[in-house]
Design a protein around this ligand. Structure first.
Ligand SMILES: [Zn+2]
Length: 306
């Protein structure tokens, strides 16, 4: 089944839910980064979380809105970074893909063991117009789903529940991945909230449900036994969006000295710059580096004049 994302409302619009299956997308991330099984799970959960967060953005200009999730924990995996758009694209990367942690007592991958349990959970929403806004909360578990629910509750002031799962088979491939968020928008009684919490518990882990053949729509049916309305539905896939142009702009951001040393290096060895998200290698010719250096020098002179 192809990956998909559903946006829904329940309880007459007082509860919002987003649910996504991301198996193929997370498998693609695994092939690109070749991470350990536990980092595969961490990367997949972060990418799924970014997609769920991005789903609430609306495209208002020609520029695609984006959500960037950054998880900066004290674990051996280092920083996790995932960027997603409401169109269903996501890309992600991690500081140390080969970090590993021993299994938890219940035999499951110990995601907090590679992410860490102390640090920051940072969400930047770029609506495609005006300034991006940034919300930061402290990590509360490092397992990512709890951190996501904590972020929504604290930073966005909407009580929320979240589930994220990535099931990795012993050879390392991703067999199932997905997740959902449920947000109480207001006017939900304590009894209704308690019922919803019970449904969340009853639903259990999404990868178990996926093993039984149930996808995002089935999870929503279990979450809202009284019915729900689908308000949006679309495919999900990996997409980086890098280009030679963007890579050159990134090189210029390194500054004059760095560009000069790349140019010097190009006299000895060919210079290639690799995108951290998709591993595409861009070879940069000496002439291009000379042009970039000239541009950086001119721009910094203009800056001094201004
Ligand atoms: Zn790329």
């Amino acid at each position: 089944m192809p990956d998909e994302l559903l946006r829904a409302v329940g309880l007459d619009g007082r509860v919002r839910a987003v649910a996504a299956s991301t198996t193929r997308t997370v498998e693609r991330l695994r092939v690109i980064h070749d991470p350990s099984p536990t980092v595969t799970a961490a990367l997949g959960r972060a990418a799924t979380a970014a997609l769920l967060l991005a789903a609430s953005l609306e495209k208002v200009t020609r520029r695609e809105p984006m959500v960037t999730l950054e998880i900066d924990g004290n674990g051996p995996a280092g920083r996790l970074l995932a960027t997603a758009s409401p169109a269903g694209w996501v890309r992600a990367t991690v500081g140390n893909p080969l970090a590993e942690a021993s299994l938890r007592k219940d035999g499951k991958l110990h995601v907090a063991g590679v992410v860490g349990d102390d640090g920051s959970f940072i969400v930047t929403r770029d609506p495609g117009i005006g300034e991006p806004y940034r919300g930061v909360v402290k990590l509360v578990s490092g397992e990512i789903a709890k951190d996501l629910a904590h972020y929504l509750t604290e930073s966005e002031q909407t009580p929320a529940a979240a589930a994220l799962g990535v099931f990795v088979v012993p050879e390392g491939r991703v067999r199932h991945a997905g997740g959902y968020i449920v947000q109480l928008l207001g006017g939900v009684s304590d009894a209704e909230a308690a019922e919803l919490a019970e449904s969340v518990t009853r639903l259990g882990t999404v990868t178990t449900r996926m093993r039984e053949g149930q996808g995002p729509e089935g999870w929503l049916e279990q979450l809202f036994p009284g019915g729900f309305q689908i308000v949006g539905q679309g495919p999900v896939c990996f997409r980086c969006g890098c280009s030679r142009d963007r890579v050159e702009r990134a090189v210029k951001l390194l500054g004059e000295n760095e560009v000069r040393s790349l140019l010097e290096e190009s006299l000895v060895n060919p210079v290639t710059l690799t995108c951290g998200f998709c591993k595409t290698a861009y070879s940069v010719a000496r002439d291009d580096l000379a042009r970039l250096l000239l541009e950086v020098e001119t721009e910094s002179k203009d800056l001094r004049k201004a």
